[in-house]
Design a protein around this ligand. Structure first.
Ligand code: NIG
Ligand code: FE
Length: 418
């Protein structure tokens, strides 16, 4: 009998999302990896063993035991695309959109991303840190235990570095596992005559300043770009991403949110970790994505929030054998939501994903989208002991019900949070 730090026993459903060292594709997405009357043994914040309660209690005992009888237990959720660090809100634009103005019209008129940039430039570091931290607290209560966070509301070197410092300080101090992404090419600020000139500054001035602040060797660190008509075209996006790649960063891209430009093909050629949005990606490019190792990240809270009835064809990507992930895209404009369960609720209804597919997309595959596929996203031996005890015996209820919160308790790195 071995003594461990923590045992979780008698989970009605222990939903492991186990991938065996790989992300899930196609038919595998329908398998949530469920163990009935499941148990976990945890040591030093990592999962030491997974099995039935009978098997695990025959081998291990612990000082501390969580009895999850009558409850479903799932991996901590992984929000692989967020803009959590921002100032202010866009309540006036929300009303403008309700009255018929479009997201891109508002952006072209100097609102949208630029309005959040102005607020973020003006906000002192401490306040930006405190407000972002509070957002992460909310995400954690809703079950998110790992998040990627992008810069991109600075668009000058000083403010991009301020945001990146907020992110790295949150990574050091917050319970969540956090992965930073540099999104200097999020919009073209009005100080610049055109996208190419601004992108040149991003590559030659911002990027070296940003990479100088990071220890690139071990931690995942990404570069991202908003590849969209009227923002950065494919050629300019490729230059920015290639420069990040040469500096040792992983590649991500916002593509095909409104207009299809061929960004998926470009990003897959660069070996991107993920391509995100995919709202208007044609089947031919979803086929290319489906054959690649690049994760396709759908952000259906954006379509929902913008009042759209059209959603990314996530069903097609899964059926084409691609790696699908889901994320909130939390930001004050296109997706003001901290809730991964809400995202799964939308994805099941409008993108025709089964609950098991949505959960695998929000955990294991999302972890692969941010370079943490070996560390988090499933309940497998050796991974971080990040899991959620749900106030329901059937995990599907977390996706079937919406607007509430079925997360009863959150365990991160083997520590039960109050
Ligand atoms: O992922 N599309 C570009 N960027 C964000 C929106 C940011 C904003 O509106 O502030 C997105 O949707
Ligand atoms: Fe985004």
């Amino acid at each position: 009998m071995q003594t461990v730090d923590l045992l979780l026993i008698h989970a009605e459903q222990l939903v492991t999302c186990a991938g065996g060292g790989k992300p899930k594709r196609g038919e595998q997405m329908r398998d949530a990896g469920m163990i009935v009357d499941g148990a976990l043994a945890v040591r030093d914040g990592r999962i030491l063993a997974v099995g039935t309660t009978r098997d695990i209690t025959a081998q291990y005992r612990a000082e501390r035991t969580i009895n999850a009888s009558g409850k479903a237990v799932i991996p901590g959720l992984v929000d692989c695309h967020t803009h959590t660090v921002y100032a202010g809100n866009r309540l006036d634009e929300f009303e403008m959109r309700i009255q018929g103005r479009s997201y891109m019209e508002i952006m072209a008129a100097g609102g949208g991303i630029m309005s959040t940039v102005r607020a973020t430039r003006a906000m002192p570091f401490e306040m930006l840190y405190a407000e972002s931290r509070a957002r992460l607290d909310t995400m954690l209560r809703l079950g998110t235990t790992t998040a990627e966070i992008k810069t991109g509301y600075g668009l000058d070197t000083e403010t991009e570095l301020k945001i990146l410092t907020v992110i790295t300080q949150l990574a050091a101090e917050h319970t969540l596992t956090i992965v930073p992404t540099f999104l200097g090419a999020h919009a073209v600020p009005p100080e610049y005559p055109d996208a190419a000139t601004y992108a040149g500054m991003v590559v030659h001035e911002m990027l070296p300043a940003v990479t100088a602040t990071q220890t690139m060797a071990r931690q995942p660190f990404f570069i991202d770009v908003f590849c969209e008509k009227g923002v950065f075209d494919v050629a300019t996006s490729r230059q920015v991403l290639a420069a990040g790649k040469r500096a040792g960063m992983g590649v991500k891209a916002h593509v095909d949110e409104f207009v299809n430009l061929g960004g998926v093909t470009m990003a897959v050629e660069l070996g991107a970790a993920s391509v995100d949005h995919l709202d208007v990606t044609p089947e031919a490019e979803l086929d290319i994505l489906g054959r690649s190792g690049t994760v396709g990240v759908a952000l259906p809270a954006v379509n929902f929030n913008l009042g759209g009835t059209h959603f990314a064809n996530a069903r097609y990507l899964v059926d084409a054998g691609g790696i699908l992930a889901l994320a909130t895209d939390i930001n004050p404009g296109s997706a003001p939501t901290p809730s991964m369960p809400m995202v799964m609720a939308i994805a099941t209804r409008y993108q025709k994903l089964l609950p098991a597919e949505a959960l695998n997309a929000a955990t294991l595959n999302a972890a692969y989208a941010i370079g943490l596929g070996e560390q988090v996203g499933s309940l497998e031996v050796g991974k971080q002991a990040d899991f959620l005890v749900l106030d329901t015996p059937d995990y599907r209820a977390m996706i079937y019900e919406f607007g509430g919160n079925l997360v009863e308790s959150v365990v991160v790195r083997g520590r039960l949070l109050a």
